[in-house]
Design a protein around this ligand. Structure first.
Ligand code: ADP
Ligand code: MG
Length: 237
């Protein structure tokens, strides 16, 4: 392979059929992402960002196109989508999507419990991931409604890491956070790329996240185009 991508998306299309007519949410999108890199896709509300991310995470099925992960097309009918979702991708959402009845620690253990390949020391692994995200043992015993938004998102990131995925897909990860807390969360995602070699894909309407990008794209009406980033050393106004 000339380009050592983890994720290699070719000519992806998704149209929703609604009463008012067809909505072409994702149009002929081609996209690649490698290990250790942060890709940021910006675009206004309704431009197709979430749909694109859900297709890549196999939460939605495309009408046509390929999603190659380590060279295997997950859209092929024999692809093991459950295994793909459980072992290769971690999701981070705008509204955190933590389970309110479970403690923070139990939330972070859950993906390991349900993956069908239980790990030894699941609790300890979850506790370590949470600690790495700055969630101490005391907070780990709390229910999600007792912690702040920034803490919730850090718990969600720990949960996303539970099965040690290669790819983290983040949908508006700062959408519910103040600017400073949002920046901390983005810094964590960047660290996961730089230090742990994760392939990070962030979709957002927040253009300030472009500062964190190795590769930047704009989504408009379902179409993805690359954005030129200022080169290394160039100062930003
Ligand atoms: N399940 C669905 N059924 C019908 N239309 C949908 C569905 N999901 C998304 N859409 C439409 O697809 C377009 C893209 O939506 P979305 O991917 O959520 O955009 P974004 O995340 O950029 O705000 C919008 O017009 C939206 O209304
Ligand atoms: Mg969205």
């Amino acid at each position: 392979m000339p380009y050592s991508s983890i994720l290699d998306v070719e000519s992806l299309n998704k149209t929703f059929k609604v009463k008012a007519g067809d909505v072409e949410a994702v149009k002929d999108v081609t996209f690649r992402a490698r290990k250790g890199e942060v890709s940021v896709i910006v675009g206004p509300s309704g431009s197709g960002k979430t749909t694109f991310l859900y297709l890549v995470g196999s939460l939605e099925k495309p009408d046509s196109g390929e999603i190659n992960v380590f060279g295997d097309d997950i859209c092929r009918s024999d692809a093991d989508l459950i295994k793909y979702r459980q072992e290769h991708v971690g999701f981070v959402f705008q509204f955190f999507n933590l389970i309110p009845a479970l403690t923070v620690l139990e939330n972070a253990v859950l993906p390991m419990d349900i993956c069908g390949k239980p790990k030894p020391n699941e609790k300890q692994r979850a506790a370590e991931l949470l600690e790495k995200m700055g969630i101490d043992r005391r907070l780990q015993k709390s229910k999600p409604n007792r912690i702040s938004g920034g803490e919730k998102q850090r718990v969600a990131i720990a949960r996303a890491l539970a099965n040690d995925p290669d790819i983290i897909l983040a949908d508006e990860p700062t959408g519910n956070l103040d600017a400073e807390t949002g920046k901390t969360v983005v810094d964590i995602l960047v660290g996961l790329a730089k230090n742990d070699g994760k392939c990070i894909v962030i979709v957002t309407h927040d253009e300030s996240i472009l500062n964190a990008a190795d590769w930047a794209y704009r989504m408009i009406d379902g179409t993805l185009t690359g954005i030129e980033l200022p080169s290394e050393g160039e100062t930003e106004e």
